[in-house]
Design a protein around this ligand. Structure first.
Ligand code: PHE
Length: 454
């Protein structure tokens, strides 16, 4: 099924940085720290890590199998494996979810651009949470500036994606990802060496399970899906560009470890500093945009540190949102036979339009709500907590029950090139066939209140 003309990753390092680049993003730096803050700290982290390893890893492996086997975009892949069947919904949910996440993700991407610029403007870094809250809310609720920033952010993404896989996504990820790790480690060291950082450490590492609710377990599940970029065809799409000689199990495990390590590093960079300055960690989505600048204001060279942090945020965000865009662009290119340039332009325009609406939904259009949520929150909540788990559930069911066991084995062990390990294979199959689908279904139904387990 190899198509010699098809673009693809050029090296193993390229695959690893691109997939880790997709996983590591605003999810780790913006969402994870505030969810940890809102859901009681260490107990949430324990559930998060368990879910990431036990449930998300089988999904990631399943997505890689689908993608690499078919060498196709998310919809095309399912069409090849199960033509004219209901399974096609996996592909459709994937493209829809990628589109919806891209909309609100680009809005936050635009905020990071704004805060990079702001880092050096006088009067921004003040030790006054009231003033910083005002700066944040004035900016995010105003009609024009955040929308423009969002469009600039999206244009950078479109530029990279239109250059393709090897010369676009892979090329940039190779430079940006190592830089990202170096920067976050420096920031974590700075935060940990602040006087009073200890309280933050015990918040992060001493679990109190009585704080967990059905809602917070669902939030941990949604966050694990979101952070690992699984459940929406992103890994199917990237997997389709992976060479036949690569070891899919290794790539999946390395990605999961890199992403979780990065989330913990982000926690270490943010939470101890929050405690050192006596601020509450439960600030919600404003945590990194309100609380952190207040902390930077109290540090020597605060402007430089602020600048460095928001550059990290931008870099991490870009290597993720290009993978979201690629899901949609690959579909347009392969199924609707468009050139990559045209496909990228259309994707940019439609996401741009809905992105503007998401941005406006925090200000001018905040009255326009559904289920009590504005468009930004609605897209964020439904994609992470419902669409990703449902997508992930269907993906593991598909690989576990629809694809032939021999084909799964063939893809995992590269047709026998990788020595076959029966026990490992059996465990992976148990995860894919039973463990992941049953656990996801229970957490999902429990979290949205349809059944009552805990
Ligand atoms: N994993 C990315 C993050 O943590 C977000 C993302 C979700 C990217 C789904 C691709 C697919 O920021």
């Amino acid at each position: 099924m190899t198509n010699s003309k098809r673009d693809g990753f050029g090296s193993r390092f390229g695959v690893l940085v691109a997939v880790a680049g997709s996983a590591i993003g605003l999810g780790n730096l913006w969402r994870f720290p505030y969810l940890v803050g809102n859901n009681g700290g260490a107990a949430f982290i324990v559930v998060y890590i368990t879910v990431a390893i036990v449930l998300c890893l089988p999904i990631m492996i399943s997505e890689f199998i689908i993608g690499r086997r078919t060498q196709s975009n998310a919809i095309g892949a399912i069409k090849k494996l199960a033509p004219k069947s209901g399974w096609l919904s996996i592909g459709v949910i994937s493209v829809a979810t990628a589109f919806m996440i891209s909309c609100f993700y680009s809005v936050v991407g635009g905020w990071t651009l704004e805060y990079i610029v702001k880092s050096f403007s006088s009067g921004f870094l003040v030790n006054d949470s009231g003033a910083l809250t005002k700066t944040f809310s004035n900016f995010t609720t105003s009609p024009v500036r955040p929308a423009v920033m969002m469009l600039i952010y999206l244009a950078i993404n479109a530029f990279i994606v239109s250059a393709g896989i090897k010369n676009g996504i892979e090329k940039y990820a190779k430079i940006l990802m190592p830089a990202l790790f170096v920067l976050i480690i420096i920031l974590a060291i700075r935060s940990l060496t602040l006087p009073g950082a200890q309280a933050g450490l015990s918040f992060l590492f001493n679990p109190d399970f009585s704080k967990l609710t059905a809602g917070s377990v669902l939030a941990a599940l949604g966050q694990a899906f979101f952070s690992l970029s699984v459940g929406m065809g992103c890994i199917i799409t990237y997997g389709s560009y992976v060479d036949k000689k690569e070891n899919l199990m290794n790539i999946s495990l390395t990605t999961a470890i890199a992403d979780t390590t990065f989330a913990i590093l982000a926690g270490l960079a943010i939470i101890p500093a929050v405690f050192a300055f006596g601020i509450s960690p439960g600030e919600g989505p404003g945590l990194v945009f309100i609380t952190l600048p207040q902390i930077f204001a109290q540090m020597p060279f605060g402007h430089v540190i602020s600048f460095a942090f928001f550059v990290i945020l931008l870099v991490a965000a870009i290597t993720s949102s290009i993978s979201l865009l690629e899901v949609v662009v690959a579909y347009f290119v392969e199924e609707l036979k468009m050139s990559r340039r045209v496909a990228t332009l259309i994707t940019f325009s439609v996401i741009g339009l809905f992105g503007v609406l998401c941005s406006l939904s925090l200000g001018e259009l905040k009255e326009m709500t559904l289920f009590g949520k504005n468009m930004f929150d609605l897209f964020d909540y439904t994609t992470s907590n419902i669409m990703l788990p449902v997508g992930g559930l269907l993906i593991v069911l598909f690989v576990g029950w629809k694809i032939r066991r021999e084909d799964v084995r063939d893809e995992l062990f590269n047709g026998g090139v990788i020595p076959f390990k029966r026990t490992l294979f059996n465990w992976i199959m148990i995860g894919i066939k039973f463990l992941a689908p049953i656990a996801i279904a229970f957490i999902l139904l429990n979290g949205i209140g349809l059944i009552k387990l805990f």
